[in-house]
Design a protein. Structure first.
Length: 135
């Protein structure tokens, strides 16, 4: 058994990107987005900012500093983010699930001091199910 901290995986992903190119971040983000959408059901994702902050803090993945949105998008700032590429995919998947969307567009930036800014814009909403309201 080997135990690695989150920054070890970040280093591995940076090395892969240096060796294999710019496709690596996109692939990591998309893989995490698809995993979260399959692993979690809509009923499991009923969180607000405080719940999401606790979720990432307990996993030592960063400090949620900003969580703002409206019917079309969500903007998140995570300070001292670890595993920033998977975190982008997680945020995108959770926004799609919360907004009941089929797809979304993301823009993100990871600063040298460890702050992760993610902006998710909802593209296409699913048809509403009876008894369900979009946030």
């Amino acid at each position: 058994m080997a135990i690695f901290g989150p920054f070890s995986l970040d280093s591995i992903l940076e090395d892969l990107e240096a060796e294999l190119g710019e496709a690596i971040p996109e692939m990591v983000i998309e893989a995490e987005r698809l995993y979260i959408r399959t692993a979690w059901s809509m009923d499991e994702w009923r969180m607000g900012a405080a719940d999401f902050q606790k979720l990432i803090a307990l996993r030592v993945l960063g400090n949620l500093n900003q969580f703002e949105g409206d019917r079309d998008h969500l903007k998140v700032l995570i300070e001292n983010a670890a595993l920033h590429l998977p975190m982008v995919g997680i945020v995108q998947a959770l926004v799609e699930m919360a907004y009941n969307a089929d797809s979304s567009a993301i823009t993100w930036e990871f600063s040298p001091d460890g702050d992760l800014n993610v902006d998710v814009k909802v593209r296409k909403l699913r048809r509403r199910r009876a008894g369900y309201r979009n946030p």
